[in-house]
Design a protein around this ligand. Structure first.
Ligand code: GRF
Length: 218
């Protein structure tokens, strides 16, 4: 079977990258990570990529104009024949140069149930708003910030004594389930995008798109 070639962009520890690498290694999804790219030298994602035998490239952004920087990213991704770009904690806004190069072939993961709490500090925003349920979203990237069509979401409860760390950790555990699931749907071509809605083909009752955390499943 042909494996979908992924390019994972990260700025941080890369735990989502790890979940993707693990799902690929376990053959749970028909995909392979073709390249890992980070903008920060101390991004743990680089080490995780190397440990998995994947090319891991540092593309520092300091002092590089945004469009020029994005062209460097596109070059690296093309060189590695990437078909689907997965943003996994990549803390940079992407310019039209990038979006057009991989139009409709970029996924992002965000730690809230979008469209609630887009942008920075999503978990802090959820706590400040006093919601009882939050979660994570894997969505297709468009020109807005966290506005693209939603592919997979998972919900978690917000507990009375939660702080940003505890709620982030609960959400992160669900991110690690959602991202491989979304990539699997993508790789199998089991989706179609109609306006803002992503339709997923599958058996009746297929839980592909919404993963309730055990605490919420009743
Ligand atoms: C995750 O919370 C993700 O939702 C956000 O950045 C974080 C990345 O974590 N976009 P990691 O680097 O994958 O551990």
């Amino acid at each position: 079977m042909t494996l979908l070639r992924l390019g994972v962009l990260a700025s941080g520890s890369g735990s989502n990258l790890q979940a993707i690498l693990d799902a690929c290694a376990a053959k749970a999804i028909p995909a392979q990570v073709a390249v890992v790219i980070a903008n920060l030298p101390d991004a743990g994602a680089l080490e995780r990529g190397r440990a998995a035998g994947v090319p891991a490239v540092l593309v520092p952004h300091q002092g590089v104009p945004r469009e020029q920087y994005d062209a460097l990213l596109v070059d690296q991704l093309r060189r590695n024949q990437v078909e689907l770009v997965c943003l996994a904690g990549f803390m940079r806004l992407l310019s039209p140069v990038f979006l057009q190069a991989f139009q409709n072939n970029i996924l992002n993961i965000h730690p809230s149930l979008l469209p609630a709490f887009p942008g920075l500090h999503a978990v802090r925003q959820a706590l400040a708003a006093g919601v009882r349920v939050s979660g994570c979203t894997v969505h297709v990237v468009d020109e807005g910030t966290d506005t693209g069509p939603v592919l997979v979401q998972a919900a978690v409860p917000v507990l009375d004594d939660d702080d940003e760390d505890t709620l982030s950790a609960r959400i992160l555990a669900q991110e690690h389930r959602c991202y491989p699931r979304a990539i699997g749907l993508w790789a199998e071509g089991r989706y179609s995008i109609e306006g803002r809605r992503v339709r997923v083909r599958g058996a009746a009752g297929d839980p592909a798109r919404t993963l309730a955390a055990p605490e919420l499943s009743g």
